[in-house]
Design a protein around this ligand. Structure first.
Ligand code: MIC
Ligand code: SF4
Length: 651
């Protein structure tokens, strides 16, 4: 069957546990590896604990600490101890704070071609640069995979990106993915896997491929995949992991849903302008625009190659006096190598401010730009407010453009820098895994340490027969999870404390929402296209649910957020453009015979109380999803399953 000929099909077929490989059908696949990061990980481990499984069932599970590393109070430090002790208790590898960003470290030390990886972070697809099927998911789905359950997904359509030509000087991998995002937009990848091939793939290094796969997440795609070839083998060998290499190519005659050709020679330096990763423009069109801040780092562009290149471009020069240049290397391996080869000295001498290896400014953990400031970042997201400064203008770019802006004080074509240094990948990376604690064989007597900020998971009731709801918010298209529940140094430390974090729901776009929802009790939200794009944070579903949000009515959902809503028993209802226009903010609605509709129908009656009109919403749900919703969420369903198992064995 043709679906098995592309790389996607080959890996899915080798991991298929349930269902058929027919695009659009639901399948369950075996997960080989999982990764969690601290900001989503505390919930994952609380969820895993409630599954009552003694030890992770995957081949490898890693818990990283990279997001909440700013310790302005005890909360983050307490969470780190919780995560470290939970890892020790359940047989999970633990990457200590200071070891690096999960995706960068996973690429360096654990990722392997042909395997499956499920991560509680939307940029898990970074490992697709190695030919690994790497998918971002909500924490509950990762906890279940750790417990040995299949991961359920709809069989994606596969888009083939055929790369030809060769990148010109001053153009990098970031420009490839920005170019693609400009065409696809932030919803163009929904329901798809983006697979790369063609004669130019071999000209891209694994870190280049990882940059492209990383930011493919911004298109809404399930993931992105590169072949595993000689370049992959060399990268793994340089990481002393050649044994993990296996070749993977699409077979002759593989059929794709769509083919897009990109001639790399035609690409030019690009930026994504405020405030969406698909608002892509040639940097030259913005030439002369003054900038206040440059940040180089994040899981998109913080590899050794990108930072060595930045250092070479900065060497012997000075940062523009009106610009703050901030650099956060992606991992301790990267930083250590930059120290040894002298790159760090070039950065410091040029005036760069060096941060610890972590997500840092990418998730608003420090380095907010000044009021109305212009910041150029080598990151993957520039959603409004994400930088910590609501009116800042954030541009996304690759390291060439970022360094050129840091030195000249303006957005310019990086060729103004004159000489382009030749930066080759190292023959060997520096290997030192001392900050990664391996799991031990005997884990039973490990105590799990829970600080006072870590609150238990809530109990939710099963789905009621019908529900009367106040439609508290009417929103537009492409609402992000940062809009729903912002990041930043003030909010992130509350990720383990649902009552406290729920007070921040929608605070940037509708101040006072939390209080109003609480007072109201039963609430619905109306959205446009692509509701919930962005992060995997299940808090963006769980915290609204905690406040009483029981249904989201919208034209379409982002894949990850939709799964999180279902996992927490929030009903996703699809509506048409016309229906969207007919529903007003503040109105009262009734979801008539909701329980019956979820059990057996693809439709649900939405009664508009004023004017007594009825609309018919659409329920696009699998049998499995219906069961979860009826139980009041995934946790309830699994608790019920555990109970019936115990009753059975007890009886
Ligand atoms: C992000 O880049 O938005 C994050 C922060 O890494 C999130 C995860 C989170 O919210 O903790 C993601 O991408 O999933
Ligand atoms: Fe961290 Fe930013 Fe990457 Fe998210 S996108 S994992 S916050 S570096």
């Amino acid at each position: 069957m043709a679906y098995k000929d592309h790389i996607t099909g080959q890996i899915l077929a080798a991991h298929l546990l349930e269902g058929d490989l027919v695009p659009g059908a639901e399948i369950g696949i075996r997960i080989d590896q999982t990764l969690t990061q601290d900001a989503t990980g505390t919930l994952v481990y609380l969820e895993f604990m409630s599954l009552e499984v003694n030890r992770v069932q995957t081949k490898l599970s890693v818990s990283y600490v990279d997001h909440n590393t700013l310790q302005t109070g005890r909360e983050n430090a307490d969470d780190h101890l919780f995560l470290q002790s939970a890892a020790a208790r359940y047989g999970v590898w633990f990457s200590r704070p200071g070891n690096g960003i999960c995706h960068q470290v996973h690429l360096e030390r654990f990722g392997a071609p042909g395997k499956t990886l499920l991560g509680s972070d939307s940029h898990t697809p970074t490992a697709g640069g190695l030919g690994m099927l790497a998918i971002g998911a909500g924490g509950m789905d990762v906890a279940l995979a750790m417990a040995g359950a299949p991961f359920y997904m709809t069989v994606p359509r596969v888009t083939f990106i055929r790369l030809t030509g060769q990148l010109s000087p001053w153009v990098g991998a970031k420009d490839v993915i920005l170019h693609l995002l400009g065409n696809l937009t932030v919803k163009g990848g929904l329901g798809k896997i983006i697979e790369y091939g063609g004669p130019a793939v071999k000209t891209l290094t694994v870190p280049d491929r990882a940059t492209i796969a990383n930011m493919g997440a911004e298109s809404g795609a399930w993931t992105s995949l590169f072949p595993s070839d000689e370049v992959t083998r060399r990268f793994l060998a340089a990481q002393k992991r050649e044994k993990d290499w296996t070749p993977i190519y699409a077979r002759e005659g593989a059929e794709y849903g769509e083919v897009i050709e990109i001639d790399l020679s035609t690409l030019i330096p690009l930026v994504a302008s405020p405030s969406s990763p698909d608002a892509v423009r040639p940097v030259q069109e913005l030439s002369g625009k003054k900038v206040d801040q440059i940040v180089i780092g994040s899981c998109t562009n913080s590899s050794y190659h990108d930072l060595k290149l930045s250092a070479q471009l900065l060497k012997g020069k000075k940062v523009h006096p009106e610009v703050s240049l901030v650099i956060a290397p992606g991992s301790r391996q990267v930083l250590s190598m930059l120290v040894r080869d002298g790159s760090l000295a070039h950065m410091i001498d040029a005036g760069a401010r060096i941060l610890e290896v972590a997500c840092g400014p990418c998730i608003g953990m420090g380095q907010a730009p000044p009021t109305g400031g212009v910041s150029v970042r080598t990151f993957n997201r520039n959603f409004p407010g994400r930088s910590g400064t609501p009116d800042a203008e954030v541009y996304l770019a690759g390291p060439h453009v970022a360094v050129a802006a840091a030195l000249t004080g303006s957005l310019v074509h990086p060729a103004v820098l004159g000489h382009l240094p030749d930066v080759e990948g190292p023959e060997k990376f520096l290997i030192n895994d001392s900050m990664i604690i391996p799991p031990s064989a005997n884990t039973h007597d490990v105590d799990i340490r829970m600080g006072p900020n870590i609150k238990p998971l809530p109990d939710f009731a099963p789905m009621p027969d019908s529900l009367k709801l106040k439609l508290l918010l009417k929103l537009g298209d492409n609402i992000t999870t940062d809009d729903i529940l912002p990041g930043g140094a003030g909010v992130l430390p509350l990720r383990s404390n649902l009552p406290a974090i729920s007070l921040h729901v929608f605070k940037l776009i509708s101040p006072g929402f939390a209080q109003k929802a609480r007072a109201q009790g039963n609430v619905a939200i109306l959205g446009g296209e692509n509701y919930g794009q962005g992060s995997s944070r299940e808090h963006a579903a769980l915290a609204p649910k905690y406040l009483g949000v029981h249904a989201i009515l919208t034209k379409s959902f982002a894949r990850l957020h939709r799964a999180n809503l279902i996992n927490f028993g929030v009903l996703p209802v699809l509506i048409t453009d016309r229906q969207y226009d007919q529903i007003e903010e503040g109105c009262n609605i009734e979801l008539v015979d909701m329980e019956k509709a979820v059990a057996e129908s693809d439709k649900i009656i939405i009664k508009l109380m004023s004017g007594d009109r009825e609309l018919t919403g659409r329920l696009d749900l699998s049998v499995r999803e219906r069961k979860i919703l009826l139980a009041g969420g995934s946790l309830n369903l699994h608790r019920q399953n555990i109970k019936s198992r115990c009753n059975y064995s007890g009886g």
